[in-house]
Design a protein around this ligand. Structure first.
Ligand code: ZN
Ligand code: ZN
Ligand code: ZN
Length: 296
């Protein structure tokens, strides 16, 4: 892809394997981080390895012999695309687990996808009526990992404090992910990329999105909020996801894993002010999702 605009810069300043192109005049003010960072109230450093690994000596792990795959199931095909898309279409999906830094398999193991980081050429651009957006400069096949929604991992209290302090014209970037274990316990993760974040913070909401979010754990117990292509995506298409965690014709649901009897729900609230949605989809709800659960 020829970048004709001579002002194009890499928003990640070399922190990603591929540049995140940005061709606007004024650089958005935030600190780029490809990975989640520890924010106020978060007791675990997301960069620390806190998950046990497998002892496979193979190039890539096999379900027959790998403790990681036996415990958590196989999330990806041998080429690294997500296997459980059909379950996602029905509104259900399981959080995925990857091999981690303690595993003895190779870095090329097919059970390592999201941890490799951004591999696609994306561009942050100014949309006509929705502020910044992200488009892809290359085709993306269905099931491909696109990018993370990375930022500061903060506590419930800090998320609540930040949301209450927002002015009405400010964007809310906080995503809340709730995972319900079969035992009735709930794990909540709050990620805020407003001050420190990656390219994911520029993704717009759509009521008919082409990406969907899935929590993926690699080295840390803190999930990475990974965005995958829900369908084949053409070059130059804008990338979007449903801030309320839904995909296709499904209402936002508690994503349920039959395997571990856990359920996942992800949502990005839009603060106290209802904001108009300009996604243009036929089924557009005309408003960005509103979720006051952080405030209650
Ligand atoms: Zn492995
Ligand atoms: Zn293994
Ligand atoms: Zn492993």
């Amino acid at each position: 892809m020829n970048v004709s605009d001579r002002h194009a810069v890499d928003l990640s300043s070399g922190l990603e394997d591929v540049p995140v192109l940005f061709t606007g005049l004024t650089l958005p003010t935030f600190q780029y981080s490809p990975d989640n960072v520890q924010g106020p109230g978060c007791t675990v450093d997301p960069s620390e390895v806190t998950v046990p690994g497998c002892s496979c000596r193979s190039h890539s792990c096999f379900t027959e012999s790998c403790s990681c795959l036996q415990t958590h199931g196989r999330a990806y095909s041998s080429t690294g695309t997500l296997l459980e898309l059909t379950r996602t279409d029905s509104g259900y999906c399981s959080p995925a687990f990857e091999c981690n830094a303690l595993c003895t398999c190779s870095d090329a193991c097919s059970n390592r996808v999201v941890q490799r980081g951004l591999q696609l050429r994306l561009e942050v651009f100014g949309t006509r009526n929705r502020g910044w957006g992200v488009r892809t400069l290359e085709e993306i096949p269905r099931g491909t990992f696109v990018c993370e929604y990375a930022g500061e991992v903060i506590s419930f209290g800090e998320a609540r404090r930040r949301q209450l302090a927002q002015r009405s014209e400010e964007n809310n970037y906080i995503i809340a992910v709730r995972e319900h274990a079969g035992t009735g316990s709930i794990t909540e993760t709050f990620v805020d990329p407003a001050q420190v974040g990656n390219v994911g913070r520029f993704l717009n909401h759509s009521c008919l999105p082409n990406l969907f979010m899935l929590p993926v754990r690699a080295h840390s117990v803190i999930p990475r909020l990974a965005l995958f292509a829900g369908r084949d995506i053409d070059a130059q298409e804008e990338l979007t996801f449903d801030y309320s965690g839904g995909y296709t014709d499904q209402n936002p649901v508690e994503l349920l894993s039959t395997q571990s009897e856990s359920a996942v729900q992800a949502s990005r609230t839009d603060g106290l002010q209802r904001k108009a949605c300009h996604c243009g989809a036929n089924k557009c709800t005309r408003f960005l999702p509103l979720d006051l659960s952080i405030l209650s």
